[in-house]
Unconditional design. Structure first.
Length: 192
């Protein structure tokens, strides 16, 4: 089947910007960093200027917490309906972004994972005061993550905290059963 010029342009936008404007779909794929958050947040805001559901396809192992929280907060503030759809794997901060959907769908073979954040220290001597500051910030960030998921899902905060401490993995059906997703999707026709 030959691709039309319109389809080629749309595909180019998906690969460069992560957005298919015609279908009102944002593709959050791969490692999240602040640059990707800067790319997604304005695009999501532009999509929200016109009426209609916004679909957010997620296949990410997570990444930058501030960038992930920026995308989550943006999705939570939209006037249009947001449908989040997880494919492949939705891990770490991407699992929080997934929770921003008014409707949360997972592909049958998708896996969702939640865990506490991590801190990377470069080799060499590190001042203990700095380590204490980093530890306090890690506790604050973990708490924000736990509370956001608990508030969005209605799941008990202590259960969320334990899942994150254990680095809990869920299959699509396990995530639905736990209350972390609304249903397992059967494909594109399920999204209309």
């Amino acid at each position: 089947m030959k691709r039309t010029r319109d389809q080629s342009g749309r595909l180019s936008n998906v690969h460069t910007v992560g957005v298919d404007w015609k279908s009102r779909t944002v593709w959050i794929v791969g490692e999240l960093d602040e640059l990707k958050a800067y790319q997604y947040v304005p695009a999501i805001r532009l999509l929200d200027e016109t009426p209609g559901p916004i679909k957010v396809m997620i296949m990410s192992n997570g990444g930058c917490e501030p960038g992930g929280f920026a995308i989550y907060d943006t999705l939570m503030s939209l006037k249009n309906e947001v449908v989040t759809i997880g494919y492949g794997h939705v891990y770490s901060i991407a699992a929080l972004i997934f929770q921003a959907g008014d409707t949360r769908l997972l592909a049958p073979n998708c896996e969702l994972m939640m865990h506490n954040g991590s801190i990377h220290l470069d080799g060499g001597d590190t001042n203990t005061d700095y380590i204490e500051e980093l530890a306090a910030e890690a506790v604050r960030n973990n708490g924000r993550y736990h509370r956001a998921i608990a508030n969005r899902t209605g799941i008990d905060l202590q259960k969320i905290e334990q899942w994150c401490k254990d680095e809990k993995y869920f299959s699509a059906t396990e995530a639905v059963d736990a209350g972390l997703a609304d249903r397992v999707t059967v494909g594109w026709k399920d999204l209309k």
